[in-house]
Design a protein around this ligand. Sequence first.
Ligand SMILES: NC(=O)c1ccc[n+]([C@@H]2O[C@H](COP(=O)([O-])OP(=O)(O)OC[C@H]3O[C@@H](n4cnc5c(N)ncnc54)[C@H](O)[C@@H]3O)[C@@H](O)[C@H]2O)c1
Length: 294
Amino acid sequence: MAMTPRLDGKVAVVTGAASGIGLVTVERFVEEGARVVAADLREDAGRALEARFPGSVRFARCDVTKLPELKAAVDLAADAFGGLDVLFSNAGSGGLPGGVGAFDPEGWDATYALLVRSVAAGAAYALPHLRRRGGGSIVSTASIAGLQAGWGPLCYSSAKAAVIHWTRTAAAELAPERIRVNAICPGFIATGIFGHSLGLSDADAQALAGTVAQRSGAANPIGRSGRPEDIAEAAVYLSSDAAGFITGTHVVVDGGITVGPRHAWDRDAPGPIGQVLGLSRAQIDAMRAAKSGG
Ligand SMILES: NC(=O)c1ccc[n+]([C@@H]2O[C@H](COP(=O)([O-])OP(=O)(O)OC[C@H]3O[C@@H](n4cnc5c(N)ncnc54)[C@H](O)[C@@H]3O)[C@@H](O)[C@H]2O)c1
């Protein structure tokens, strides 16, 4: 017996829909019965996506940092599909590179406009539509970089932290209106973002994503690389009525990379006591065995 699609009859807007996480999320949303406005800067990839799903996907060419374009993309959901139930604010890039000393006002503002302001503005534009439906779901792509230091550049990391706390605060405000607000914190996901952020062509960026897919499995406890599908699955769940009691939180989808330091899950990584004492794990194990008489 076929299962009922989890987003049956819902209408969604997905930003950053032409590549990576957004692209796979559009595919999954459609499989789950949703109709989707796919918003992205990239016209060719967006039009190709629309052509693959006639009647289910409308492409909106949209730079989410240009607010009239973002509003038009959100409003297209109502014009094309009669309403809006889900906003997935996902567009992003690595933003301003470097640390404290690399501060640059234009780069900082542009990064915040892309990663934070688009989330806040998109929700504001979605609000009247969601109210008309009597509720809805807002999901934003944050990052493990917003939870811990060391996973991204300074500006990106603080912007993603802002998304996580915006999520809590907006969720508190909108809960009485049955509008849920959640974020997803991906770990390393094999997409074009690394190449796109280095200014590579899309073809080269996708090739680099292949390298990430091959290598990143060794970086997390689960032991395989993260895929856009892993994030899309969380987006489907948070957007669905099955997540009706979940709001104001973030779902970490990272293969366990943030559970703790590497030695917590990797027997070959030097542990903290060994590092402090200058002993290998094997030496410590041997000393412990000797102490317990083993
Ligand atoms: N891939 C990862 O490891 C990872 C980890 C944590 C968080 N994220 C986040 O996931 C989200 C999606 O990234 P991805 O990995 O799929 O990267 P990606 O580069 O494959 O896709 C990002 C998409 O966003 C679009 N985009 C960029 N700027 C835009 C703008 N101003 N207006 C409209 N569209 C714009 C790009 O054209 C592209 O299609 C981002 O918010 C990113 O920060 C990714």
